[in-house]
Design a protein around this ligand. Structure first.
Ligand code: TYD
Length: 200
């Protein structure tokens, strides 16, 4: 049985990654997954994580993201890949490095070590970064019903964006950066051309 392809979609809130991940999954017969919260245990963790009324220190937040991820890998992602199913993920470990590491200042080396513990060898074949500037993201976002992450200040989102770009720069073989200010169709065309280079 040939292992499925594993592609992750990343970017700051409102970059359009969920739309693209769902589209690719539908077009390539892949399984769509997301983090945080894509399991019964994960859904509970997600409700605490996004609750604006629950203050949480960045390390606690990291462990909750990692708990969700570890459970997700073992119960959903790894079994799917092992059975030959392709997996398209809306966020994965790079979100924790970007948001909790670059964004909230948790030590990156510590986070990388904890990530290894959480995901083992389950690394993506490719991470697609849909990059948009923070002003464009803010314009797109509805101003009401913000969660704890969406209500964070503009500098936080700038750091998250820079973190993503730094990770992508450092490993161009496993990252693909696409300009998220283009139309959804243009973004789709760019992503599909890169995905076609993976063996499916
Ligand atoms: P998500 O459901 O992807 O929201 P959105 O569609 O708005 O991007 O993720 C919810 C929030 O959780 C989002 O603001 C990013 C944050 N997050 C982290 O801070 N660290 C993580 O490891 C993950 C997976 C998400």
């Amino acid at each position: 049985m040939r292992r499925g392809r594993f592609v992750v979609f990343e970017g700051i809130d409102a970059c359009g990654k969920s739309t693209q991940a769902r589209r690719v999954a539908a077009q390539r017969g892949a399984r769509f997954v997301f983090e945080p919260g894509d399991s019964p245990l994960g859904a509970q963790l997600r409700s605490w994580l996004l609750d604006a009324s629950t203050p949480m220190n960045p390390v606690t937040e990291s462990f909750m993201m990692l708990a969700d991820r570890s459970h997700h890998v073992v119960t959903v992602i790894e079994p799917s890949l092992a059975s030959g199913t392709h997996v398209m993920a809306d966020r994965y470990y790079a979100s924790t490095l970007a948001y909790q590491g670059y964004g909230r200042g948790v030590d990156l080396a510590d986070l990388e070590a904890a990530t290894e513990l959480a995901i083992g060898h389950c690394l993506p074949d490719l991470t697609v970064l849909i990059d948009i500037d923070v002003d464009t993201a803010n314009e797109r976002r509805a101003r009401d019903a913000e969660d704890r992450f969406e209500s964070a200040d503009v500098h936080f989102h700038e750091r998250v964006r820079e973190g993503y770009l730094t990770m992508a720069d450092g490993d161009p073989h496993h990252w693909f950066v696409v300009d998220g200010r283009a139309t959804p169709d243009e973004v789709a065309t760019a992503i599909d051309a890169r995905l076609d280079l993976l063996e499916w």
